[in-house]
Write a protein that binds this ligand. Structure first.
Ligand code: SAM
Length: 365
């Protein structure tokens, strides 16, 4: 994406989708964390001017609105970092136009994301502090100022997670730039020296995506990419979610499934008018592949609880609970599995249902 010079700019379809995924996730994040934590921290590292040119809300207002509706009982600290003084001024004005709950501590801050984050991390380290849960949305125009090492350090703290816009197309275009400074920014973004393997790859976009995913996996148990394609149907960027929490992973997967019902976790500005059309054939194929996965994984095992199968599906596949139930329903119909009449609590199982304590026998072959 070419950096925009004006203070505000038009809202592109891919940004709408980005905000939709963010909203869906935050609708779950605030209430879930609110149950167990008196305080959470929401960081928008590249906050923008607050509104787009047709007055549509920018990401800080999206998050504030979701938090307001979530009725989070404790305190929410919002840190909105923006480097451009005019955009920050606009952002402050937009935030100031709305009365927010007094449990919100809102700090729009001028400066660079990397400097602010490294200050926060140094403060935590020097004082041996454990932070409240942090969700960091990292949404740059390009690849400058997104240091992998800082993200990795943030992810070492419990309950901290990131949602990053990885500008793969820009990286690919600039990767061989003669200026050492540019190449070094890319190096900082990726946090390793494996660029040679990318340069020699047949599909550099895929190689870069895989490399970044691998890197995030060194710091987070769960990593989910969502692909954004431009009007020419070329991959422009990936949104990467990285977290060490099962529940966060499941909720983000559910959000991505909601936005892309085909389950490709992809949006294309070239074809998006058709994107909402639900494609039964694609989904059928995917459920079939999930079925094979489950049956292969649990082959020959008996007395397997549905909750164990769900853990496997949620942690190790792209699917969520409703898909697991559909795969098991089909498996039962095709007599590939036997669902026991009695659940682990001794009560009878209702036909066609797959509660957590239902018990299943998988055939050996
Ligand atoms: C893609 S826009 C953000 C859009 C916003 N997140 C949204 O979804 O509405 C990127 C923003 O980051 C700002 N920016 C650029 N470099 C920055 C840096 N190093 N640290 C913080 N903000 C930066 C730009 O001025 C721009 O407003």
């Amino acid at each position: 994406m070419t950096p925009v010079q004006r203070t505000t700019w038009p809202l592109e379809p891919h940004t709408k989708v980005k905000h939709a995924i963010l909203s869906e996730y935050l609708k779950a994040w605030f209430p879930i964390l609110g149950r167990y934590n008196g305080k959470v921290v929401y960081i928008d590292g590249f906050a923008g001017p607050g509104r787009y040119s047709e007055e549509e809300p920018g990401s800080p207002l999206v998050a504030l609105n979701i938090a307001q509706n979530a009725r989070f009982p404790g305190k929410i600290v919002f840190l909105f970092i923006e480097k451009d003084a005019m955009r920050l001024k606009n952002l402050k004005k937009e935030i100031g136009n709305i009365p927010w709950p007094n449990t919100f501590d809102i700090s729009p801050k001028e400066g660079s994301f990397a400097n602010n984050l490294s200050e926060i991390l140094s403060h935590l380290k020097e004082n041996n502090l454990r932070p409240a849960p942090i969700f960091a949305f990292i949404d740059p125009f390009g690849f400058k100022d997104v240091s992998f090492d800082l993200i990795q350090e943030l992810l070492t703290y419990e309950k901290c997670e990131v949602f990053i816009n990885f500008m793969v197309d820009s990286v690919n275009r600039w990767i061989e730039h003669p200026k050492e400074k540019i190449r070094s920014q890319i190096h900082t973004l990726l946090g390793n020296d494996k660029l040679d393997s990318v340069l020699n790859a047949e599909d550099r976009i895929k190689a870069l995506r895989d490399l970044y995913e691998e890197q995030l996996k060194t710091a987070a148990k769960f990593v989910l990419p969502f692909e954004m394609r431009n009007k020419k149907d070329r991959t422009q960027y990936y949104l990467f979610f990285a977290s060490n929490h099962r529940m966060g992973h499941v909720k983000m997967k559910e959000s991505m499934w909601k936005i892309d019902e085909k389950g490709d976790f992809s949006f294309s500005a070239a074809t998006y008018k058709d994107q909402s059309l639900f494609n039964d054939f694609d989904l059928n194929e995917k459920i079939r592949s999930l079925q094979s996965d489950i049956f292969e994984h649990f082959k020959g095992q008996s007395n397997v609880s549905c909750s164990s199968i769900l853990n496997y599906v949620e942690d190790k596949t792209m699917f969520i609970e409703k898909h697991m139930k559909e795969a098991l329903r089909r498996g039962e119909k095709e007599t590939k599995i036997i669902v026991r009449e009695t659940k682990s609590d001794g009560k009878r199982r209702k036909l066609g249902t797959f509660p957590n304590n239902a018990l299943i026998d998988f055939k050996g072959e």
